[in-house]
Design a protein around this ligand. Structure first.
Ligand code: UDP
Ligand code: LCN
Length: 803
């Protein structure tokens, strides 16, 4: 084991404290051992620590290394006389420390030793197996520079630009032609773009640019490419430099500057202006994917909204770009999903569907097939799609090539299954791959890795986590909605970070699965469609029919798609809307409300989610939640104060319901046990509804507590109820308080969650990472090969067993 200086200092201090503060440390370690549990989470440890300090005084570990260790520990493993601490002193950094409770000594260990202990605890029969498959991607990335500061995490493109420009500078100095070659590969339907064969070396390019510049200087800035085309062709230039002389001048001059001395800003600007994106494939295989009547169906939620909005804004930006580049080309976007023949009431059985509010974007549906090639007719949960992905991808390849008449320019994967399919397809077609996780399941389920075998028949995490590892390491770039999605915060582990080091006993041991400092990560938050989610006070934009339909759902007869009535209609109401998954915790919210007399006296409650009749649901978890919801209504007699709407509402109508909630001076509550991002949170905020949202996941970053909404901890019921009550009471006395938070939410979304900016950046990233892939020798051939082995030896084996 090699210990660097920082670590040896840390260990030295710990050992010194062991000598000086022996009794207190020993006593606390014994408290841990006394729990008689094999693992403790950070919250368990912090409860024990708090209790210890209450009993023994705070002075023992004030300003101590041991105290810091306890505060920064994410997990404790207890095995025999050893207590192991997985210590995370800061974002993305981990150390493993073990104490011997009898000898009272401590050591720093490497992660493999720690993982082995965890494996021994879970599967003693496999005891200390040195020969299990150990996945370690670090050797492949050893030479690639990466940022060091947590603040640089998720700003990969900025880092990459700096790195690329200095590399390019060295290369140009040594007469390298890579930039030139890159400019020459671009073509559209057989027509060359940017440069023709007259320019064959960097010297010739410089000379052509000089000629072009003196020629352009004499032209009218408003003249178009057609006006100057023949002369430009003779110099060696082809269409793509700009529509007008003004733009063409600008671009030739940026390129001259780059050839002189590459500067990262110039390089980024120039790359983003090259016409290299015409056709985009977006993969989202699982769930019901359609434009209406699917939201809220099992496994069908924010990802669908996200993609449909993304497509509209991407197409708009792409059209604007191509126009500015001087091309009269209509870009094409295909969202590829699975075709589900048995999906009555939706369009999920149709092979092609035009996407509304776009010119040329379509949903393409390709079926899942079994081994014999028969179409799988029914919906299947996202955890069970694995055996079908490979066959699906092969069929998608044919369909996409036929639809585009060629290869796409970028493939964007969504969620674990879409990202795996994107990896396979991008590999086969040799195009740039972008991943969007939306939500990684690993952090959602406690010990989903360690005890994977216990849950395998329901969740198949063997396949999913292997697929995640493959896809996240194969992608050219990764988009995340928040920082915490990558690297968590000071206290909690990020979703991607949880893939760094973990064990799945009996499957593999992951020593280094991902590095949160990887420059492929880019944070780009989605937005909320401003045509649908706008402030309640913009009355001109609110159609009367929608308002009265919304009020009917809230205050009219319950009918068979709703339960409960709001008897006092003038009260403010708390509102929540989500898929009826356990993790969304809508039943938790109903229970909090039911059990709080005070809350019930101040406000009503409205929840939208699931179905009223369990027979209507095809999903086991949803059926359980439906039963639980009915039980809560009965147990707390909620029929006069809670309206539960159990049907899928069109999002324009849902938008209006947020606004009616604001009209009533109510609040939105997002009570999830974990929420990866939380589109409903930004929707509610955009409509001006003060929002309380879970502190576990994206909402922690979206909302600034007390300014643009509030954080709640769904595990601390009383505190949460107290926080909501305090706000409602304050608003009764000081109505400006409600307005303050409502305005704060609107401003926050305006400033940070914006689809226009998102689309602009996604296109720029595609160009820059495409260039990276092309010009450097870093297209990671070795990594690809390694991941292929993982795919065949592990993923495929487990996926085949599922069929
Ligand atoms: N939604 C809806 N009707 C429903 C349930 C959800 O319109 O009955 C929409 C909601 O407005 C949001 C999306 O579905 O746009 C859910 O996204 P979110 O990110 O909140 O959660 P997810 O379902 O993706 O986990
Ligand atoms: C999936 C989730 O679970 C949500 O938290 C996100 O908002 C949604 O996808 C869109 O990315």
């Amino acid at each position: 084991m090699s210990i660097n200086n920082g670590n040896s200092h840390f260990l030295g201090k710990l050992r010194k404290e062991l000598g000086e503060n022996r009794n207190a440390i020993f006593s606390f370690l014994r408290t841990i051992a006394g729990c008689e549990r094999s693992f403790l989470l950070s919250s368990d440890l912090s409860d024990l620590f708090q209790q210890f300090e209450e009993e023994h005084g705070k002075e023992h570990f004030a300003d101590s290394q041991f105290g810091d260790l306890i505060r920064g520990t994410q997990e404790v493993a207890i095995y025999g006389c050893w207590i192991w601490f997985a210590y995370r002193p800061r974002i993305g950094k981990w150390s493993y420390v073990r104490f011997h409770t009898e000898a009272l000594d401590c050591d720093l260990m490497d992660c493999t030793e720690y993982l082995k202990i965890k494996e021994q605890i879970v599967r003693p029969e496999q005891s200390n197996d040195d020969w299990v498959l150990e996945v370690d991607l670090s050797p492949f990335n050893r030479d690639f520079p990466r940022p060091r500061e947590p603040r640089s995490i998720g700003r990969g493109v900025e880092f990459l630009n700096r790195h690329l420009s200095s590399r390019l500078f060295d290369r140009l100095g040594s007469g390298d032609n890579s930039l030139l070659n890159f400019l020459r590969v671009h073509e559209y339907e057989g027509h060359p773009l940017m440069l023709n064969e007259r320019v064959d070396s960097v010297e010739e390019l410089r000379s052509a640019l000089r000629h072009a510049q003196s020629f352009l200087a004499k032209q009218d800035v408003e003249a178009t490419w057609e006006d100057i085309q023949s002369t430009m062709n003779e110099f060696g230039f082809e269409i793509g430099w700009g529509r007008t002389v003004r733009r063409i001048r600008e671009n030739t001059s940026i390129l001259m500057d780059i050839l002189e001395a590459p500067d990262y800003r110039n390089l980024a600007t120039f790359l983003a202006r090259i016409p290299m994106i015409f056709n985009i494939v977006i993969l989202s295989p699982h769930g019901y994917f359609a434009q209406s009547d699917v939201l809220g169906l099992p496994d069908t939620g924010g990802q669908v909204i996200y993609i449909l909005d993304q497509v509209r804004f991407l197409e708009k930006k792409l059209r604007e770009r191509l126009y500015q580049q001087g091309l009269d080309v209509t870009p094409k976007i295909l969202v590829v999903t699975r075709l589900i023949p048995e999906s009555e009431g939706t369009t999920c059985g149709q092979p092609l569907e035009d996407i509304a509010k776009t010119e040329n974007a379509k949903i393409m549906r390709v079926p899942f097939r079994d081994r014999e090639g028969r179409i799988v007719p029914h919906w299947i949960p996202r955890f069970e799609v694995w055996p079908y992905i490979e066959r699906f991808t092969v069929e998608v390849e044919k369909e996409v090539l036929a639809e585009f008449g060629g290869r796409p320019d970028v493939i964007i994967g969504n969620y674990s299954d879409g990202n795996l399919a994107a990896s396979l397809l991008a590999d086969r077609l040799k195009v740039t791959q972008c991943n969007i996780a939306h939500a990684l399941e690993k952090t959602k389920y406690l010990y989903s890795d360690l005890y994977w075998m216990d849950n395998e028949s329901q969740y198949h995490f063997s396949c999913q986590f292997t697929a995640d590892l493959i896809a996240m390491n194969k992608a050219d770039f990764i988009i995340t909605s928040t920082f915490q999605e990558i690297a968590g915060d000071e206290e909690s582990v990020g979703q991607y970070e949880s893939y760094t080091t973990f064990a799945m006993p009996g499957l593999f041991r992951v020593k280094k699965g991902i590095d949160v400092y990887d420059p492929r990560f880019n944070i780009m938050s989605p937005g909320a469609d401003p045509d649908v989610y706008f402030p309640f006070y913009e009355t001109d934009k609110r159609p009367m029919e929608l308002q009265s339909e919304g009020k009917d759902w809230l205050f009219g007869d319950a009918g068979e798609n709703a339960r409960g009535e709001l008897k006092s209609k003038d009260k403010p109401f708390l509102f929540s809307m989500a898929r009826l998954d356990r993790i969304k915790n809508l039943t938790g919210l109903v229970k909090w409300y039911g059990s709080s007399k005070e809350l019930r006296s101040i406000a009503n409650l409205v929840v939208i989610g699931g179905n009223i009749s369990p027979d209507e649901s095809s999903d086991q978890e949803e059926r359980e939640q439906i039963h639980q919801m009915h039980n809560l209504f009965d147990e707390y007699s909620l029929n006069n104060q809670v309206r539960w709407i159990g049907t899928q509402l069109d999002r324009n109508l849902a938008g209006e319901i947020y606004r009616i909630c604001a009209d009533h001076r109510g609040a939105f509550v997002q009570p999830a046990l974990f929420e990866a991002f939380g589109l409903t949170v930004i929707e509610a905020m955009s409509c001006g509804v003060p929002t309380f949202a879970t502190r576990y996941g994206g909402p922690l970053e979206i909302i600034e507590d007390g300014i643009s909404g509030f954080h709640i901890d769904p595990n601390h019921e009383e505190e949460t109820i107290g926080k909501i009550l305090a706000f409602l009471k304050k608003c009764q006395k000081e109505p400006e308080e409600w307005k303050r938070i409502s305005d704060g939410g609107i401003q926050r979304v305006d400033a940070w969650y914006n689809w226009e900016r998102y689309a602009e950046k996604l296109l720029a990233l595609t160009c820059i990472y495409g260039f990276w892939k092309f010009v450097t020798d870093l297209d990671r051939e070795e990594t690809q090969r390694y991941l292929e082995v993982l795919y065949s030896s592990t993923f495929r084996r487990f996926a085949e067993q599922m069929e």
